[in-house]
Write a protein that binds this ligand. Structure first.
Ligand SMILES: Nc1ncnc2c1ncn2[C@@H]1O[C@H](COP(=O)(O)OP(=O)(O)OP(=O)(O)O)[C@@H](O)[C@H]1O
Ligand SMILES: [Mg+2]
Length: 245
């Protein structure tokens, strides 16, 4: 099980987005990351994955620096990460099976082993036998499931999931979160899951981080967050209560 350390990370574009972000992801735990729109959640995930460089601060995965790593080291670190992008980013021109196989092919898996793993992954997300299907014919929830199957195909030790429930109805969203939780637990993976569905994600997470104005303003057990005195945390929970009513 691997841990992640984010220490004093800052990143600006035209304005500062992340000012001083620090937290530790506990190995084998599912940590939820929430915060207002545009607070930098997706950016933070991309920084952890080494897809973007921080202006300052330090990020370590399993004791290895992501910040300042050369291309070869980054590639090795990334092979241990399963990422689900906010826009799910499936390849429309490939079948469902080819999408799930994609990270495995890149890692040079042989065909029989690859075929078996793709089948096992699709089965795990409730899409057994969907290999030959076209991506564009799938529903939003099915696409998200394919994304999860692909992100977990190579048995990554670190899962970085950006908005796995965006655009889904509450029931489907809840199922997807439970599936993410199940996959994470089954593998003892460390997971960071960004979600705008604050209460739902807090319900499946061990720990919760709240990002606001470039800093982590809540870092603690997910179950206690709803009672936090921090105004933005109360607001985030309150808002999702209103949205559901
Ligand atoms: N590559 C980039 N170039 C310029 N600005 C960027 C870039 N990446 C992120 N930003 C800016 O950083 C801010 C945070 O963006 P980010 O997408 O991380 O927010 P978010 O918290 O994920 O929002 P949402 O909840 O809407 O997904 C935004 O103002 C965005 O415009
Ligand atoms: Mg985002």
């Amino acid at each position: 099980m691997i841990g992640v350390v984010v220490d004093g990370v800052g990143k600006s574009f035209r304005r500062p987005v992340l000012r001083d972000v620090r937290f530790v992801l506990r190995p084998g735990a599912l940590t939820a990351l929430v915060g207002p729109c545009g607070s930098g959640k997706s950016l933070l995930l991309r920084l952890v994955a080494g897809l973007e460089r921080a202006d300052r601060g330090r990020i370590e995965i399993d004791g290895e620096p992501v910040t300042g790593a050369d291309a070869r080291r980054l590639a090795r670190l990334r092979s241990r990460i399963g990422m689900l992008f906010q826009n799910h980013a499936l390849f429309d021109f490939m079948t469902v099976g080819e999408n799930v196989a994609f990270p495995l092919r890149r890692m040079g898996w042989d065909e029989p082993r690859l075929t078996a793993r793709v089948s096992e992954r699709l089965h795990a997300v409730g899409l057994a036998g969907y290999e030959p299907r076209a991506v564009h014919g799938l529903s939003g929830g099915q696409k998200r499931r394919v994304g999860i199957a692909r992100a977990t195909a190579a048995e990554p030790a670190l899962l970085l999931f950006d908005e796995p429930t965006a655009g889904l109805d509450p029931v489907t969203g809840q199922r997807i979160l439970e599936m993410v939780r199940h996959e994470q637990r089954a593998r003892g993976a460390t997971a960071l899951v960004v979600s705008s569905d604050v209460q739902a994600v807090a319900g499946v997470a061990d720990a919760l981080l709240v990002l606001h104005e470039g800093r982590i303003v809540y870092d603690g057990p997910a179950v206690l967050a709803a009672h936090s005195d921090e105004p933005i945390v109360a607001e985030l929970f309150g808002r999702s209560v209103e949205a559901r009513a």
